[in-house]
Design a protein around this ligand. Structure first.
Ligand SMILES: Cc1cc2nc3c(=O)[nH]c(=O)nc-3n(C[C@H](O)[C@H](O)[C@H](O)COP(=O)(O)OP(=O)(O)OC[C@H]3O[C@@H](n4cnc5c(N)ncnc54)[C@H](O)[C@@H]3O)c2cc1C
Length: 441
């Protein structure tokens, strides 16, 4: 392509290989991803996205859309294609009276929380603040507030979207309800979202984290009891379990009055009697600290691989399989239920609202020579849990391909999503995602 000509025609901020900022723009969370776009378009507004799309189509370039860059397989960065870089569109505006926030399409979760918390407000966001609002919300968006207020996507009142045809449109309950339905859980398949309008809630600013550590060999009875307690937990509590390096940690995260959280923590006293905890932590912290406390362990620059499952039930044998995971992987469970399960299933593209737990097993390492072993370790662990699984969360999919997408959505949802895709992206321009191809005409 004649680079001078392209930038003169469009007036866009274009970065080619070798330009300042090019390598930063293509570097994403997972260090295994080393994709090199032909060019990056740094978008500052919806009009830039429209122009970038037109440029890509004119030049016949594959399109990738990058927000937080946390797709584990690097879907935001097209190898040899045109990357629509939304990171300059990271602003969040809040109206505390109307309890609304408008996040630009490239905003990170931290920007959303930092803008809303000074007003004691928040909406559901994920657990690591450098994750993108874009990818997380479009796939559903699970976080510590979801049992109280629904998933991130359940709190989106409207979207501003640039469609494959290059039109800037709005989607809400009243405008293009088919698109609004698909954007709530269907991923980045339907256009480039340049703005999310979120409903906010009075969540205050305080939180509590409770964790009991057990040697994995001595954790089974306590894990069974932890699972049983989770079924009756108040919505402020999101039960969590993790297994790493021979230690099983059982507990919950509480968002709300910490004293009420402490009172609930006494329910876990029974776990002490069932095993021999080596540590017991009850930590009061601000909601903002809660939202950033995993930022370092889940930081950039490591090689990463993960697999996930959903569980409708978690029989003893499943927990025993979890506790048998080797030291090379980190596995976690996070409870669903509450407000997530109350949204009628056909109201959003997001599926499997009746699950009780989400499971992720992850490996992280630095030496490329270890790739094969570490990936194998995560896959082996996930295989142990597969017989108990009922599906998977679309945002946890990695290299699972079309089979993964079929695990994330039941056939009737996939058919409806494919029909909406045909309306808004019949040529599958947006296919670097967990792809839903358009239905045949
Ligand atoms: C460290 C870490 C922690 C996580 N924690 C959670 C969690 O707590 N809860 C949870 O639900 N998920 C969590 N996830 C999963 C996360 O939701 C997905 O990885 C998600 O795809 C990341 O979005 P992103 O914008 O950062 O990534 P990107 O790689 O930039 O984008 C991911 C996909 O979304 C598309 N996309 C992004 N923005 C837009 C947009 N504005 N318009 C159209 N398409 C867009 C991209 O094209 C790509 O296909 C986590 C992931 C990581 C790596």
């Amino acid at each position: 392509m004649d680079t001078t000509d392209a930038s003169a025609v469009s007036g866009l901020d274009l970065r080619y290989p070798g330009d300042a900022g090019f390598d930063e723009a293509r570097t994403v969370w997972n260090a295994m991803v080393d994709h090199r776009p032909a060019l990056v378009v740094r978008c500052r507004e919806a009009g830039d996205v429209v122009a970038a799309l037109a440029l890509a189509r004119r030049e016949g370039l594959e399109i990738g859309v990058r927000c937080g860059g946390h797709s584990v397989v690097g879907h935001g960065v097209p190898d040899g294609g045109l990357m629509i870089d939304l990171t300059p569109m990271g602003a969040v505006r809040v109206d505390p009276e109307r309890k609304r926030a408008w996040a630009q399409g490239g905003a990170l979760l931290g920007a959303l929380d930092r803008a809303t918390q000074p007003h004691g407000l928040a909406t559901t966001a994920g657990n690591v603040s450098h994750t993108g609002v874009g990818g997380l919300t479009l796939g559903g968006g699970m976080g510590w507030l979801a049992r109280q207020y629904g998933l991130a996507c359940d709190n989106v009142v409207s979207y501003e979207v640039v469609t494959a045809a290059g039109e800037v449109v709005r989607a809400s309950a009243d405008e293009r309800p088919d698109l609004y339905w698909a954007l709530r859980g269907g991923g980045g398949n339907f256009g480039v979202v340049t703005e999310f309008e979120f409903r906010l809630h009075d969540v205050g600013t305080r939180a509590l984290s409770v964790g009991l550590d057990f040697p994995v060999g001595d954790a089974a009875s306590a894990a069974f009891r932890w699972r049983d307690l989770s079924a009756y937990a108040p919505r402020q509590a999101t039960y969590t379990a993790s297994v790493h390096d021979g230690v099983a940690t059982l507990g919950f995260v509480w968002v709300g009055d910490p004293d009420e959280g402490r009172a609930h923590a006494r329910e876990l006293d029974a776990l002490d009697a069932l095993g021999s905890p080596t540590d017991r932590r009850i930590e009061e912290l601000s909601y903002l600290d809660l939202q950033t406390r995993e930022d370092t362990t889940e930081g950039h620059a490591l090689r990463r691989y993960w697999k996930g499952h959903y569980f409708r039930e978690l029989p003893d044998a499943a927990l025993e399989a979890l506790l048998s995971h080797g030291p090379d992987v980190r596995a976690g469970l996070q409870a669903y239920g509450g407000a997530i399960a109350e949204v009628p299933d056909d109201e959003t593209a997001f599926s499997q609202r009746d699950v009780r737990f989400e499971y992720v097993v992850a490996a992280s390492w630095t030496d490329p020579d270890d790739d094969e072993d570490r990936i194998a370790a995560a896959r082996t662990s996930a295989t142990l849990l597969e017989p108990f699984a009922s599906g998977v969360y679309v945002n946890v999919l990695g290299d699972d391909g079309a089979d993964g997408v079929r695990r994330a959505y039941p056939p009737e949802k996939l058919a409806r999503l494919a029909a909406v895709k045909r309306t808004y992206d019949p040529d599958n321009v947006f296919h670097l995602n967990q792809n839903i191809p358009p239905a045949a005409a």
